[in-house]
Every structure is written in C-alpha cells, then in structure tokens.
Ligand binder design. Structure first.
Ligand code: GLN
Length: 196
C-alpha cells in the first residue's frame, strides 16, 4: 500500500495500514506509483499537496493512475483532491479527480470549529451494524455537497449531509478515521484493493 507522502498525516495512515497487516510504501516520486496496489491520500492541506504534486511531477501520473483504476482512499484534504468539482478551492487549486462529487472546502469553518461525531454508514452495516458506532473527527473538514451519478453515498452526518462517497475503487472521506482509531474504512479499502 502506498501513502502519498508530500504533506499531511502520512504517519497515522501508515501506522493504521501496518496494524491491519499491509506493507506500506511512502510515495513521493512518480516511479513509486507503479510499485503499489493502492494509495492513501492523507489529510493535511490540499492546496499544499496539490502544489507539491506538481513540483514532484506526480500530478499527471497520479491523475492517470486513478483514472486507470488504481484504488485510492482519500481523507479530508485527500477527499478534496479526489473531487471532480471543487468549491472554495485556493487560488489556482486543482484536483486529481476520480470521484464524481462536488466538494466544498473548509465547509465547517475554522480549525477551532473542529468536532467529533457519530456517523451513519450504510456500507458498514451488516457486520458493523451491531458493532460500535462510527466515530469521526472533522478537522477543518470539507463537505460533499453533491454526489453525481457515477458515485454513491458511503457515510452521512446524523442530519443527512454527505461526508463520504465511493466510486468503484475510489473512496473519499471528509473526516479522519485514523485519528479516532476507527479501522473499518481502512479495512473496507484493503478489501477493495484485494478484489481489484
Ligand atoms: N482544510 C484542509 C484543506 O483545505 C483540509 C483539512 C484536513 O485535511 N484536515 O485541505
């Protein structure tokens, strides 16, 4: 498993993936994209990750890899970078695409308005239904304002607003499961990788 290691909470994702039995490679150069079966794009600052992806020459190969079916899990800034359409992006900010959603960056306000809440996650029902609630941390988080026909809802706030979506092998979460010790999204992602 690769973790895009340009900026953000790379170490937390690497630790969780290793805990789940995966072998982890930090991805910083285009050639490393060919060495991984799946990629996590961590939370952090999407404008910085976007800029560093151009500087390192990763942007175009990564776009192509995602379009070509590389499984990708993006959290928070990672969700922003996967969005097909972005609102309130930074000056000149672009995304890699891959997820047919419209995302509003910083939709919940400033860092001090960060919060934790339980989520409604239809995809984790079944085994997860009798399990503990899905607890998620929102840190200067984005919101999914529209889900296009190619994508589906993965998780919502109790009021129904969408905070995670999936399009085939591409999963985007507005929150940080890795910071509350919530392993089920990473497990779901590893299952997607195994099936691909
Ligand atoms: N607000 C950040 C951005 O625009 C995302 C915050 C996060 O990843 N926790 O990229």
């Amino acid at each position: 498993m690769g973790v895009l290691a340009l900026q953000g909470d790379v170490r937390e994702h690497a630790r969780m993936l290793e805990h789940l039995g995966a072998q982890v490679t930090p991805v910083r150069r285009p050639a490393q994209l060919g060495e991984v079966d799946g990629l996590v794009i961590p939370g952090g600052e999407s404008t910085v990750i976007d800029r560093l992806a151009r500087l390192t020459g990763l942007r175009e190969p990564l776009r192509e890899a995602i379009a070509g079916g590389l499984p990708v899990l993006g959290t928070c800034a990672g969700l922003i970078l996967l969005a097909a359409r972005l609102r309130d992006g930074g000056p000149g900010q672009e995304t890699f695409g891959g997820l047919d959603v419209t995302v509003r960056r910083n939709a919940f306000g400033r860092q001090t308005e960060s919060f934790e809440t339980d989520l409604v996650v239809p995809a984790l029902e079944g085994p997860g239904a009798d399990g503990p609630p899905v607890r998620a941390a929102f840190i200067r988080a984005p919101l999914i304002e529209e889900i296009g026909p190619a994508a589906e809802l993965l998780a919502a706030l109790p009021d129904g607003r969408a905070v995670a979506a999936r399009q085939g092998r591409v999963l985007g979460l507005a929150f940080h499961p890795e910071s509350t010790g919530e392993t089920r999204f990473h497990e779901l992602f590893l299952q997607v990788v195994r099936e691909s």
